[in-house]
Design a protein around this ligand. Structure first.
Ligand code: PHE
Length: 333
């Protein structure tokens, strides 16, 4: 067969030729490894040539063995060479990726800040604290008695329908306003007292000026000679401190079951009137429900919408923007 052979037969030459081509075309180490298996693996092309050795006449075996070994070494060398080429270019790629420009400005860590609802709530707390009020809180999951009945709003009362919203069961509901905190406070403290109670409230509403969950701040001041004059004074004072000296406040007659008389309160700011709170003088029935003597005590109460005030102060058009959590919007303040 390969008698008198020295150098590669045609067969071996074409194997070598193919190997050279394939190896130089390999573009990653996976392909290269496949080629190693194809040529030098257990049942690879070169390995199976070796297995033919035993079928040859004895005198041809040494030479054949020698050339197949040379072929094997040569392919091995090609694989190694290609391997280091690929490693080098992968390294270069990595360097490119990791390359740092020391002249670039440093990466700045974005600092968060309080949401404007929280900011306005804190500002309001500070203002009322400075006027002698203390800050209290009540539960968001409330009993209808605190949310309605004790506030002179019995089961049959039409004002109740307008508020009836999220019930957990017959005994518990999400409070529709912060006014139940008036009741909880009066049940646990003796008059005189002055409190504000910020917190979340829930109603079945959703549009550009209403959210199903929003934030109120309740105010309650109970003493011997409290009148509407005091109410107007506190409202004007807080509006001026929060929005500026020239802010005007207007009281319009309104109706709440738990105050008498009752007012809708508007604030004039940036050439417009904004409706931001409800207020009034505590109804005698409310005092009776908490065991205060209505002959002895007078009270003023108000409930303001913190989102509304934030909208007025920061010029927000759509109340829903406050809860969309879009950083591009929130970053403005
Ligand atoms: N609780 C009323 C509301 O949410 C506001 C209010 C509070 C009115 C206190 C009068 C007194 O609409």
């Amino acid at each position: 067969m390969v008698s008198g052979y020295s150098g590669y037969s045609e067969e071996l030459k074409s194997i070598l030729e193919n190997a050279k081509n394939e190896i130089s075309n390999a573009t990653d180490s996976k392909q290269l490894n496949d080629l190693r298996v194809k040529y030098l693996g257990k049942s690879g092309i070169v390995t199976s040539l070796m297995k033919k050795l035993k079928d040859l006449p004895p005198e041809e075996r040494p030479n054949f063995g020698k050339v197949v070994n040379e072929l094997k070494d040569e392919i091995e060398g090609l694989l190694e060479e290609r391997k280091s080429q690929l490693m080098e270019s992968e390294k270069q790629l990595l360097y490119k990726k990791l390359w740092v420009d020391p002249t670039m400005p440093g990466a700045r860590r974005a600092r968060g800040h309080l949401h404007i609802i929280t900011k306005v709530q804190k500002e309001l707390e500070d203002i009322f604290i400075s006027m002698g009020f203390s800050v209290v809180e009540g539960p968001e999951i409330e009993q209808p008695w605190f949310n309605f009945d004790a506030l002179n709003t019995p089961e049959w009362h039409p004002a109740r329908d307008a508020h009836d919203s999220f019930y957990i069961n017959d005994e518990y509901m999400l409070r529709t306003h912060t006014s139940p905190v008036q009741i909880r406070t009066m049940l646990s403290r003796k008059p005189p007292l002055a409190i504000v109670a910020p917190g979340r409230v829930y109603r079945r509403d959703y549009d550009a000026t209403h959210l199903p969950m929003f934030t109120q701040m309740e105010g309650l001041y109970v003493d011997h000679d409290v009148t509407v004059k005091h109410l107007k004074y506190f409202l004007e004072e807080f509006a001026r401190r929060l929005l500026g000296e020239n802010t005007k406040v207007r009281l319009r007659p309104s109706y709440f079951p738990f105050t008498e008389p009752s007012f809708e309160v508007d604030i004039y700011f940036n050439n417009r009137w904004f409706e931001v709170l409800g207020a009034g003088m505590v109804h005698p029935n409310v005092f009776k429900n908490v065991g205060y003597d209505p002959e002895e005590w007078r009270g003023l109460a108000f409930g303001l919408g913190i989102e509304r005030i934030a909208m007025v102060k920061y010029g927000v058009k759509d109340i829903r923007d406050l809860v969309r959590n879009d950083i591009r919007f929130l970053e403005n303040w």
